[in-house]
Design a protein around this ligand. Structure first.
Ligand code: FRU
Length: 489
């Protein structure tokens, strides 16, 4: 059988090894393959799943369609690491091969219980009319890495009041009881989050909907995640169906959080403030967190979006995960910082500093395709200042601070191959005070920019020509001082 070319539920076993090898060699010859991001060996990656620390190692799974860059039959793919930086491809973790997951092992999460790792995931099925029927399913991983699926689903009927869009359980434990938030769509086609609970992770009780003050906020909430930091409760989710509003909600779908008091499990209520987007860039969805053994809250997300075509599609693959970010709270807001473990990737170092006076400077030694760059700015009277990177005569990606509007602006109009241009080529966000630091992680086809030590983050896939390697510093309409350090990766 030939490789599928569009949405299909063809199974990996139906394809010959020769066709798979051909696909993989097509993927490997793509110049946009990433070097320090988790990416699929072939086909499409989407949501991170089951991120956890178990038996002395970090495990991170993701949604995977092996046979091409589109959303076909989904598997859980397993990667693991001891340092959160170097990830080993382990292979398929969950195969969709039962009545309850026949059309995909969809997203979910993991928790350790009685020495085993429990993976709670969504079984996607479709009937002969292609109508979806989701199930909640369990798989168990032992300390040798063997994964066994439970033969029956743990919830096989969507509760009354909700549609077939009921998926993506995220687990946590309170004393001796396990809870899960799950993404849902009400029958009136608005998004919501529901709550489930269990003593043993095998028998689950539907508790009901989690009350928030966002009753009419998009048509579906995907991939919810609930956790606590200090005396605060945080609910992350990916709402679909929000209309753009000023600089907000510019991507096809959003990902963000509400922060407030700790969840009231008895009354199933979350008292919280407004919805805040987690990332201000172009490609960020389905974030997923875990608490590591030292107590840090770590977050990873899909650096991509549903329903967007990427230029790697013709090479047989699409998407990657973000680098890991540590979350903390400052002034009622989540702050994101790249995990310090990434510093182990640092190789050759280059440093520069200078004054910019209504000019763009190119500096000896400041070029590259994969690197980390920290640039501190001090504003004189410049109206704008920033960095152009992956640049050539015809291409550049720009991050800058516009002091007049008090906004950080990312521009990928000239970044190379065009992506999702229907949704615009600029992303902006207001920031209090001046930008004093841009911290960039640039890989072959992506950039993640941390602004002012993680107050805001802009993530984007970019697809420049391999020869576009210049880094330039600029100020317009006046003066600014800069100090930069770059490490090749
Ligand atoms: C989010 C999502 C989830 C679903 C999974 C399927 O991107 O649509 O809701 O479980 O992807 O791959």
């Amino acid at each position: 059988m030939e490789l599928p070319r569009g949405k299909s539920y063809i199974r990996l076993e139906q394809i010959s090894q020769e066709d798979i090898d051909n696909l993989i060699s097509r993927v490997n010859s793509c110049t946009w393959r990433q070097t320090f991001h988790i990416q699929p060996v072939s086909g499409l990656l989407n949501d991170p799943n089951g991120f956890c620390f178990y038996n002395g190692e970090y495990h991170l799974y993701y949604q995977w369609h092996p046979l091409g860059p589109f959303h076909g039959l989904k598997y859980w793919y397993h990667t693991k690491s001891t340092d959160l930086v170097n990830w080993q491809n382990v292979g398929i973790a969950i195969k969709p091969d039962e009545y309850f997951d026949s059309h995909g092992a969809y997203s979910g999460s993991a928790v350790e219980h009685d020495g085993k790792l429990y993976l709670l995931y969504t079984g996607n099925t479709r009937d002969e009319n292609l109508v979806r029927h989701p199930y909640l399913c369990i798989a168990l991983m032992d300390d040798e890495g063997n994964i066994i699926k439970s033969k029956k689903s743990v919830l096989d009927k969507v509760p009354d009041g909700y549609t077939e869009h009921f998926r993506d359980p995220k687990l946590w434990k309170v004393e001796d009881r396990y809870y899960a938030v799950i993404g849902a769509q009400r029958t009136d086609e608005t998004g919501a989050v529901c709550l489930l609970s269990s003593n043993d992770l095998l028998e689950w009780k539907f508790e009901g909907e989690l009350a928030t003050n966002l009753d009419n906020f998009g048509f579906m909430w995907e991939c919810p995640d609930y956790f606590e930091m200090g005396d605060k409760g945080i609910l992350i989710f990916s709402p679909q169906g929000l209309e753009p509003e000023g600089d907000l909600y510019q991507n096809i779908y959003q990902a963000g959080y509400v922060l407030g008091e700790k969840i009231d499990l008895e009354r199933r209520k979350l008292t919280h403030g407004g919805f805040i987007e987690l990332d201000r860039g172009f490609d960020f969805y389905a974030p997923h967190t875990m608490k590591d053994p030292s107590g840090r809250r770590l977050m990873v997300a899909w650096m991509g979006l549903p329903e967007i075509e990427y230029p790697t599609d013709i090479s047989g693959w699409a998407n990657c995960l973000t680098i890991l970010r540590e979350l903390s709270l400052r002034d009622g807001k989540i702050i994101q910082t790249p995990i310090p473990e990434l510093q182990s990737l640092r190789k050759a170092k280059a440093e520069a500093k200078g004054e910019l006076s209504d000019e763009t400077k190119v500096i000896e030694g400041f070029t590259g395709v994969t690197y980390e760059l920290i640039c501190e700015f001090e504003r004189g009277d410049a109206l704008e200042y920033g960095i152009e990177f992956r640049a050539s005569d015809t291409e550049k990606t720009v991050i800058k601070f516009d002091a007049v509007q008090g906004k950080v602006i990312m521009d990928r109009a000239l970044s190379g191959k065009v992506i999702g241009s229907k949704h615009g080529t600029e992303r902006k966000c207001k920031i209090a005070g001046d930008v004093y630091k841009f911290h960039l992680f640039v890989d072959s086809s992506s950039v993640e920019i941390f602004v002012n030590d993680g107050e805001e983050v802009f993530s984007a896939r970019i697809f420049p020509d391999i020869r576009s390697q210049e880094i330039r510093f600029f100020a317009t309409g006046g003066r600014a001082a800069f100090k930069a350090v770059k490490w090749d990766y």
